[in-house]
Ligand binder design. Structure first.
Ligand SMILES: *Cc1c(COP(=O)(O)O)cnc(C)c1O
Length: 389
């Protein structure tokens, strides 16, 4: 059965070579814009591509403002600061995520609380959050506290795993009820929409990543999305060493950061943005091929987008029968030049987050044993065929 799956993936990508999980493709104006950038000498943090890239992402996502960063992790760090998270605060999030989500919380000296995920989204479960909050939290005026630790719970950070949106309406309602700031980790979900609205734009702050393996890339890069112009201005200020704009004077009015994306990376980003919609459609075509193929294989379930959503299918995921089958599948594919991988080690099992509170994480642990990601790159053959059509 595994060899049948392997052949199918090779046929899909029309390749007998090593097949990566998620490789970037540069089929547009990337070289042209990079050349323009070098010719202009504006390769660093100031330049027209920086502004253009921010405008393109804001327009595509429907965010009021977008502020570019060096990577998704420092975009998350800033998001935590802008959400008002302070030392010893607590932040509701999921254990089924990439470590950057929790590292950003830790940079502030705050602590994650790990709540379970839903079976249909693989992301933070509103039902589980509601249950945990009702048992463990109390409101004092406008602030929410953890009854057992006495610490303030400030913020809720869902992550749209592999591009599949979480149940945002329900989660927003819970955040409003408990006065929690909703910050979406939309690092993986550029091109994913929940009920017609782009992920990362539901709270006041959301973030995207443009790392090399994401749906589009700037080499390394990230973006903050805002519905609130004032927050965007403050974000820009913090990313530029908190320097007051002036032609020649250097005055900084608080501790700032050098989190600006260089123009040369933004040039790549502009070219990639021009093709984003095409990439997403291409990835969705691959996902529907996989879905049809795995429908015929009883022991393996293809993880499909949640109802009411359009997922970018950043990484396609299979749910294997159990851990043993998962491991033998991983072994077969990786030994045969087809890159597959299990889901990240759960955050609550890492040494630095071992003592964080959890709600038992029933579905989270179920997924942790069974999920495998399979090759999901934009399929270049399909891209060219569609361009010729
Ligand atoms: C990729 C990613 C990030 C940000 O990563 P960078 O490599 O710093 O851009 C954050 N959260 C999640 C869930 C991610 O997958």
């Amino acid at each position: 059965m595994y060899s049948k799956i392997g052949s199918y993936i090779r046929e899909l990508y029309k390749s007998q070579d090593f097949i990566p999980l998620s490789a970037p493709v540069f089929t547009g104006n990337e070289k042209k814009y990079l050349e323009e950038c070098i010719d202009s000498t504006f390769v660093s943090s100031v330049g027209k591509f920086v502004d253009r890239f921010e405008e393109m992402v804001a327009e595509y996502t429907g965010a009021k403002k977008a502020v570019v960063c060096v990577n998704g992790t420092n975009a998350l760090h800033l998001a935590m600061m802008l959400a008002g998270v302070e030392r010893n605060d607590e932040v509701i999030t999921q254990a089924l995520t990439f470590v950057a989500t929790c590292n950003a919380i830790s940079y502030i000296g705050a602590h994650p609380i790990f709540i379970d995920v839903d079976k249909d989204t693989m992301g933070l479960s509103p039902t589980a959050v509601d249950h945990w909050m009702n048992t463990n939290a109390a409101l004092h005026g406008d602030e929410c506290f953890n009854k057992s630790t006495g610490h303030r719970i400030r913020c809720c950070v869902p992550m749209h795993i592999f591009g599949h949106p979480v149940h945002l309406d329900e989660l927003m309602e819970i955040c409003n009820k408990w006065h929690l700031e909703l910050v979406e980790d939309a690092a993986e979900s550029l091109g994913s929409f929940y009920k017609g609205k782009h992920t990362g734009t539901f709270g006041r702050i959301g973030i995207i990543s443009f790392n090399g393996n994401k749906t589009i890339t700037t080499g390394g890069g990230g973006m903050l999305l805002f519905n609130d112009e004032k927050l965007a201005i403050r974000a820009k200020h913090l990313t530029t060493q908190a320097k007051r704009p002036h032609k020649w004077e250097f005055y900084h009015d608080e501790v700032g950061y050098n989190y600006r994306m260089p123009n040369i990376n933004a040039a790549l980003g502009c070219a990639q943005m021009e093709n984003l919609e095409q990439f997403v459609l291409n990835k969705r075509e691959t996902a529907s091929s996989y879905a049809a193929f795995f429908k015929e294989i009883e022991e393996i379930e293809f993880f499909a987008e949640p109802a009411g959503c359009r997922s970018n299918y950043w990484l396609n995921a299979l749910i294997m029968k159990d851990k043993k089958t998962r491991d033998s599948f991983l072994q077969y594919t990786n030994n045969n030049g087809i890159m597959t991988r299990p889901i990240w080690e759960l955050m609550n099992r890492l040494p630095m987050f071992r003592n964080c509170q959890t709600d038992g994480l029933k579905n989270t642990e179920w997924f942790a044993d069974r999920v495998v990601n399979i090759p999901s790159s934009v399929n270049i053959h399909l891209l060219y065929e569609n361009q010729i059509k």
